[in-house]
Design a protein. Structure first.
Lengths: 179, 179
């Protein structure tokens, strides 16, 4: 097994297809993580959540980091890290477009992983707060099976081979072990 | 669905049975998350990792936060948050006992989720760094199905009922839907 850096395109594609993330914020250099549901639109991750520690902290320090995972097995996984900053989307003039995007995305997911409005214990139903995270940068790593490296080298060689030979190679080759 | 706070005992039990966590550290109030493998022993989570941004940041600011999840479905999940501080375990006098614990735990897991020593891309095999996180506090939330709330109320009522009635109730009751 090898661990490889993902390309920027691979990172954006992984971010687009994942809705569950862990968000870290910090106050006085004390980090805090929460899992939450987010949805990508352009350069922004949109979400809804209830008022609580993370919102209070992000209001004082908008710098955040998010993490997504795609784990197939111990040996086949990808992990994505996003650096960004928090923007709250209250009902005020100027936020109409962003709130429309948030509402549209929200309606695609009637059941959120950490439902923003679900009562916590015996407390009352909580009012959701719309926010978005501007993606300032992202980086990812994924495992690469060593034999799939060989497959890729084979693939590069095949590019210069005639079609009949490639077809025969496909029929005769062993089953690939990588995804 | 309701979301409930977990008891301290439930939090420690969940921490003990989970080895994959996301760790957040911070520098200059910029948080950073990485997934990694940890193992609980007493009040400490032990781990190994390669030198990199997280180690450099935790050396300057030992305050960390970790998160674990147990997700069965969108409606059945638990999430645990751990506040702690980082201690590195170099080969120096005074660290023998802690390093022995780390080595013992490490040997139980020949395949780490984020293998500390696996080459990154084309770089050479990396030297692992042993560390531990002192658990300063922990808190957790989990979903509770509303009908299991009713079951608990029933259970409280049964405490004042005779044994024969409890036994009959157990034989006749429908299958429980909560874990």
């Amino acid at each position: 097994m090898l661990i490889q850096a993902m390309t920027v395109e691979e990172c954006w594609a992984m971010l687009a297809r994942n809705n569950i993330a862990r968000l870290a914020c910090a106050r006085d250099n004390q980090p805090y993580i929460v899992p939450l549901r987010v949805d990508l639109d352009g350069q922004f991750l949109y979400g809804y959540t209830a008022l609580g520690r993370k919102i209070e902290w992000m209001r004082t320090n908008p710098l955040v980091c998010l993490e997504c995972e795609e784990v197939t097995t111990d040996r086949v996984w990808a992990s994505l890290i996003v650096f960004g900053h928090y923007e709250e989307l209250p009902h005020i003039p100027g936020n109409e477009d962003a709130r429309r995007v948030a509402d549209r995305l929200f309606q695609r997911h009637p059941m959120w992983w950490e439902p923003a409005t679900v009562p916590l214990g015996t407390s009352a139903r909580r009012a959701p707060i719309a926010f978005r995270i501007h993606v300032d940068g992202l980086t990812g790593r994924r495992t690469v099976q060593e034999n799939s490296q060989h497959d890729r080298q084979d693939s590069a060689r095949r590019d210069s081979q005639p079609v009949w030979l490639i077809r025969m190679w496909h029929r005769l080759r062993p089953t690939r072990t990588d995804a």
